[in-house]
Ligand binder design. Structure first.
Ligand SMILES: [Cu+2]
Length: 234
């Protein structure tokens, strides 16, 4: 249901959507049922001519059943929600698939996102690193690790189409992962109120096909590095 409004473009997005749907249908069921009973009771026990009102304390076993039976049934629903929630949490946050194809450093600051890629050589701290502000170009289907930090206050890195949200905390580098399943340009948002410019802290993610991504890396690699002979000779 969620993916009808917002594409689900990571390997774990479907599991998050399933939990949202599950909670929606379970709470929707209990809402409709309880309102129906509520209005039925109001109608059935409405004021009648010549009949005095009655004080019901809800202390007899027959009366208490109206509370205890639904209570236990709702608890059973909670067990299902907790099971799927913990499973998804483990998959997205606790589990870190090894041997990523790429790693991206993500830095939040008032009020922009900076993304640093390893570049063609697959190593950080070298001349071909690619730094972008408010634009994140990634390759679909590849396993990415991100290393998220903040330079000033708390921010929160959110990619709605991935169903990914992770706080960025000054003084910490938080590692997480994603694996995209589609292509296209989508929103990145800061989802932590981080100052007066918080609303300006939107960025874009470009999920690219392998060809598009290779072309982007080539375009962003300085020509002197791309043909490594020319740099030394001139
Ligand atoms: Cu922010």
């Amino acid at each position: 249901m969620v993916s009808y409004y917002l594409p689900a473009l990571s390997t774990y997005a479907g599991d998050i959507d399933f939990i949202i749907d599950l909670i929606f249908y379970l709470t929707g069921f209990w809402f409709i049922l309880s309102e129906a009973v509520f209005f039925w009771l109001i109608f059935k026990f409405r004021a009648k001519e010549g009949q005095p009102g009655q004080y019901v304390a809800g202390e007899t076993p027959e009366e208490k059943r109206w509370i205890t039976i639904p209570h236990y049934l709702v608890l059973v629903c909670d067990v299902f929600i907790l099971y799927y929630a913990i499973t998804a949490w483990y998959e997205v946050k606790q589990n870190l698939p090894e041997n990523p194809d790429h790693t991206v450093q993500i830095i939040g600051q008032q009020w922009a996102w900076t993304f640093i890629h390893e570049g063609a050589d697959g190593e950080f701290g070298t001349a071909d690193d690619i730094t972008e502000v408010n634009e994140l170009h990634i390759e679909t289907d590849k396993l990415y690790h991100y290393k998220l930090s903040a330079t000033d206050v708390m921010h929160s890195f959110s990619v709605p189409v991935f169903r990914l949200k992770q706080d960025a905390i000054p003084g910490r580098v938080i590692t997480g992962w994603w694996q995209a399943t589609g292509t296209g340009e989508y929103a990145i948002q800061c989802t932590e109120i981080c100052g007066v410019g918080h609303g300006l802290m939107g960025a874009r993610i470009f999920i690219q096909s392998p060809d598009q991504h290779a072309a982007w890396i080539a375009e962003r690699t300085p020509t002197a590095l791309a043909s490594n002979t020319t740099a030394g000779k001139e």
